[in-house]
Design a protein around this ligand. Structure first.
Ligand SMILES: O=C(O)CCC(=O)C(=O)O
Ligand SMILES: [Fe+2]
Length: 359
């Protein structure tokens, strides 16, 4: 039988502890690292910042002012910070601390939550790496813990770390708190598109809209000039709420041919970005930004992305109210289940599925 061991690379945390140089499978193409390209540029303006309390205020003046900022952020960068989101920073701190504690556990303990069935068949959920499709796929300098949080009855509790003991409760509580933030932003976004308030974008999720939590763990890398923590991609979901590392930067967004660095921010704002599903639903009014993560040689980095997406069986397509003779659909429709599958396959060869859906 053919040797398929390339499908199961080592965990990056183990590599980081043992190698002087990243193995060749992690090295990005020469042309992508020439001239210090990985360093990225400073943003030409501060990261757009939306005050959620003002955005949702009953006082129209405040809300209008914030909505104008939201429109501008959505149309320019496709991402923004949300402050005054109402989530206790102590809850965020505790969850981040619990996830760090998990990643620091001995390998054997973490392997109990592996994303490999019988040590070889990859699945999305659990602790491990990205799916490896081909032998020449360039691998990311990152381990992750991916958990389905909603629908609640589809939680695979055997993949949720039991240690530290607080982990499960904290993730549950955090996901409940994030929902209000996500709903508030989507309502305001629907208003910008002049969609019906009640149905708007939220109505597009279907009965079994999903939340997936992804804890990313980037060990320090001996050669950050040669690898990426996460390869360029845009998220496939509707909206992502990212809790980024407070102290260690690395996230970069692509705009007009330049990579821009997002500096680490204190005070626990959430970084929100438009997912590919929302780009399709808005018929291209809002673009899903391409982003990547670079590593550094000094410090590990941890982030938590919450991906809000539709029911897997739901067709993702331009919202009917936004399409007419003058504004034809600019994207083909696709079932979310198929979009997800294509997303990961395209990602593995550094492509973007959304490009293939443009009419
Ligand atoms: O770690 C980050 O800051 C971003 C991670 C990311 O883009 C993702 O998980 O989709
Ligand atoms: Fe992402």
């Amino acid at each position: 039988m053919a040797d398929e061991s390339w499908r199961v690379p080592s965990l990056v945390q183990e590599l980081a502890a043992t190698v002087q140089e990243p193995p060749s499978r992690y090295l990005i193409p020469e042309q992508d690292r020439r001239d210090g390209q990985l360093a990225g540029a400073e943003m030409p303006e501060p990261v757009p910042t939306i005050d959620l309390q003002r955005l949702l205020a009953s006082d129209d003046d405040y809300a209008d002012e914030e909505a104008t900022k939201l429109r501008s952020a959505l149309q320019s960068w496709g991402f923004f910070l949300v402050t005054e989101h109402g989530i206790e920073s102590s809850l965020m701190d505790s969850l981040v601390a619990a996830s760090r504690e998990f990643f620091r556990k001995p390998l054997q303990e973490k392997q109990a939550y592996s994303n490999l069935i019988e040590g070889k068949h990859w699945q999305l959920e659990g602790y491990g790496n990205e799916q490896v499709y081909t032998q020449d796929q360039i691998l990311d300098w990152c381990d992750r813990l991916h958990l389905r949080v909603e629908p609640e009855d589809e939680r695979n509790m055997d993949r949720w770390p039991g240690h530290p003991e607080s982990f499960r409760g904290l993730l549950h509580e955090y996901s409940q708190s994030c929902k209000r933030v996500k709903d508030g932003i989507l309502r305001a976004t629907a208003r910008l598109l002049e969609l019906d308030d009640d149905d708007g974008i939220i109505g597009q999720f279907g009965d079994r809209g999903s939340i997936n939590a992804r804890f990313n763990y980037y060990p320090a890398c001996p050669r950050p000039d040669l690898v990426l923590g996460v390869s360029p991609h845009n998220d496939a979901c509707v909206l992502t709420l990212l809790l980024a590392d407070e102290h260690v930067g690395g996230l970069q967004f692509h705009r007009d041919g330049t990579w821009y660095c997002v500096p680490p921010v204190h005070g626990r704002p959430l970084l929100v970005n438009v997912g590919g599903s929302l780009e399709i639903m808005s018929n291209g009014a809002f673009k899903s930004p391409v982003h990547r993560v670079v590593t550094n040689s000094q410090k590990e980095r941890v982030s938590l992305a919450m991906f809000y997406a539709t029911d897997l069986e739901k067709q993702v397509q331009p919202i009917a109210e936004l399409v007419d003779e003058k504004h034809p659909a600019r994207y083909k429709k696709i079932k979310y289940r198929d979009l997800m599958a294509a997303h990961y396959e395209y990602f593995s060869r550094r492509g973007r599925v959304i490009e293939s859906l443009k009419v």
